[in-house]
Design a protein around this ligand. Structure first.
Ligand SMILES: Nc1nc2c(c(=O)[nH]1)N[C@H]1C(S)=C(S)[C@@H](COP(=O)(O)O)O[C@H]1N2
Ligand SMILES: [Mo]
Length: 587
């Protein structure tokens, strides 16, 4: 461990956790709520061609078009052609009869998915705020984003992705307040898993009951029938002769079907497509949606789809018999008493109470939340890590012209400055710990060992990505040189740079298994040139199944240990200890 560190000597135990937690939460509070701009609708801009337009303008145009469509629909339904069409194709689907009323499995999974989606959407918005730009190209060059939630990237100074993060109000984001992607991801992933389980339970019931026929279209005639419903709704009328208690109308059926069987699976798949463990391992997965940024954009649009569906759904429920509809979805009957309304209000109150509790829990018991996520999300991730699995490589033409820099601190110690001024001639990489042959290597000695180059995709936890060529020493050659002892299973990487406002250096850990992969490099070149200072000179890591925060820059020392929990607060790295990032951060 580097000199000057004291937290490692008093290695915390589980008992100290309470005090540690308080200490770290306090440290996080140092980044005050005023440090960063907040996500505001008036800052949202959409790019069309070379220009960015305010989202208010775009919404105004959409509203104008909406009025035109309604007028057109009204003219059409009053015309002879329109009357004929509506008579020929009633808004009712041709479907075998199914029992009336909502069965219990629909009522329960429906309410649960509402609860789960509220948490997923809120934590998702908090994650989005950490890189508030959406792109179509994998390179994320500033100015090429199609949607942004804050102004342009400043071009007169170095602007890191960390500086670009904004905050969201606790009314919108979970936990809200400050930028805290680690905490938001824990909520997001734990609830994603619950959402998937809920979806599987629902699907199993659906496919084993006649309810299937009420939802899954089996006859193409549903298309003109749904068009007939659409024209009716757009002319601001309700189609007659249908009641959701007995059967859905054709448009309703198609919409529910699309939300459940298109929107929800798309949300899951586009979420997975942002993971380096998956899309640097399987080339086909990386290409499923084109690239990571398209997947991220679709993931966002799916969220917008869910929110718009929710608004339309609630509006139609209110318009087509509020009390009967709510009795149907909560109790399975179509009485018009207030029982359903009361249950519905109680559910909403519980969801709000849960979210208030979750915000408090996030700040008071962050370590506990991190532990829960590690057990339910991080540990299963070990199963997807295969150290000898291929990692996708790209072509020279794919290299990004812009690569976001990311860190909160550049190295600025006198030691570092002396090395830089002497062009790293006196730099010695110290490799020690549980090894039979500890070494101190100069840069010349390192470059004299084996050298490997690779063109790979970098995945930052905040959302951006970039492709670069990295050249350096394959880590397994260093492993051969230092000969780890049998107990050694993890390797700590310490940086010359501090991690944040506190005194600790930036550090992170990797398993020897991951480091044995031929693409795990100690890189000293980027895109064929000497590694720029901004990107980690003299040495930085590349471990291609992992997120960006694991790629320590400005490496000063490397220590072989039995387990990462023996160092600092024991979570594996600076971001894990201080920002509560998860084990294998759920990638
Ligand atoms: N020493 C140090 N290394 C670091 C960081 C840091 O803050 N300090 N940030 C990490 C993060 S979050 C990312 S995404 C990558 C970014 O690498 P780049 O600046 O070369 O793009 O560096 C990683 N390595
Ligand atoms: Mo990152």
């Amino acid at each position: 461990m580097p000199d000057g560190d004291h937290s490692g000597e008093n290695k915390p135990t589980a008992d100290d956790d309470e005090s540690l937690q308080r200490e770290f939460v306090q440290e996080k509070l140092v980044e005050s709520k005023t440090d960063r701009p907040r996500m505001r609708i008036r800052e949202v801009h959409i790019r069309l061609g070379h220009r960015f337009f305010s989202v208010w303008l775009i919404l105004g145009v959409i509203l104008g078009l909406g009025v035109v469509v309604v007028v057109a629909a009204k003219l059409y339904v009053n015309s002879g052609a329109g009357q004929g069409f509506l008579a020929q194709f009633p808004c009712i689907p041709l479907a075998p009869p199914v029992p009336a009323g909502m069965p219990a499995f629909v009522r329960w999974t429906h309410l649960l998915s509402f609860f789960l989606l509220v948490v997923i959407v809120r934590s998702g918005l908090q994650i989005l705020a950490d890189h508030p730009r959406l792109y179509m190209k994998v390179h994320c060059t500033p100015g090429t984003e199609w949607l942004r939630f804050r102004g342009p990237v400043p071009s007169d100074r170095i602007w890191t992705a960390k500086e670009d993060a904004i905050t969201v109000s606790p009314l919108v984001g979970l936990p809200g307040g400050r930028h805290t992607i680690g905490v938001a991801r824990h909520w997001h992933f734990i609830f994603d898993i619950l959402f998937v389980v809920n979806g599987i339970v629902y699907a199993v019931f659906l496919f084993s009951t006649p309810w299937l026929h009420r939802l899954v279209p089996t006859d193409l005639s549903i298309v003109p029938a749904a068009a007939s419903c659409a024209v009716t709704y757009l002319s601001l009328h309700l189609p007659g002769g249908v009641s959701g208690f007995f059967r859905y109308d054709a448009l309703q059926q198609l919409t529910y079907f699309a939300v459940i069987f298109i929107l929800a699976p798309l949300a899951i798949l586009t979420g997975l497509a942002m993971s380096p463990a998956l899309d640097n391992r399987f080339r086909w997965f990386a290409r499923l949606f084109g690239n990571r940024q398209i997947a991220r954009s679709i993931h966002f649009l799916v969220m917008v789809g869910f929110v718009l569906f929710f608004i339309g759904h609630m509006a139609l429920i209110a318009l087509t018999g509020f009390t009967a509809n709510l009795n149907d979805i909560t109790l399975g009957n179509n009485n018009t008493n207030l029982d359903g309304v009361v249950i519905w209000l109680v559910v909403i109150a519980l969801v709000i109470a849960f979210n208030i509790w979750a915000i408090r829990f996030s700040w008071r018991h962050t370590r506990v939340l991190q532990r829960i996520a590690n057990v339910f999300v991080g540990r299963p991730m070990d199963l997807v890590f295969d150290n000898f699995a291929p990692r996708v490589e790209y072509k020279r033409d794919d290299i990004s012209i812009y690569f976001w820099p990311n860190h909160s601190r550049l190295p600025d110690s006198p030691e570092w400055r002396a090395l830089r001024d002497d062009d790293f001639r006196s730099y010695r990489l110290k490799v020690y710990g549980l090894v039979e042959n500890p070494v101190e290597l100069s840069l010349a000695q390192i470059t004299d060992l084996a050298k490997k180059s690779q063109i790979t995709l970098h995945h930052c936890i905040q959302g951006w990505s970039g492709i670069a060529e990295w050249s350096g020493l394959p880590f397994r050659d260093l492993i051969d040189l230092v000969r780890p002892m049998r107990e050694a299973e993890w390797v700590m990487f310490y940086s010359f740079a501090k991690g944040g406002k506190g005194g600790d250096p930036y550090y992170d850990s990797h398993s020897i298994k991951d480091l044995l992969h031929p693409q795990s490099l100690l890189a000293y070149e980027m895109n064929g040139e000497r590694l720029p200072i901004l990107h980690g000179r003299p040495l930085r890591l590349r471990v291609e199944n992992q997120l960006g925060f694991k790629q320590v820059k400005w490496i000063s020392e490397i220590e072989f240990v039995h387990h990462f929990s023996e160092r600092y607060a024991g979570q594996g790295g600076y971001s894990e200890d201080h920002e509560f990032f998860g084990y294998r951060d759920e990638i």
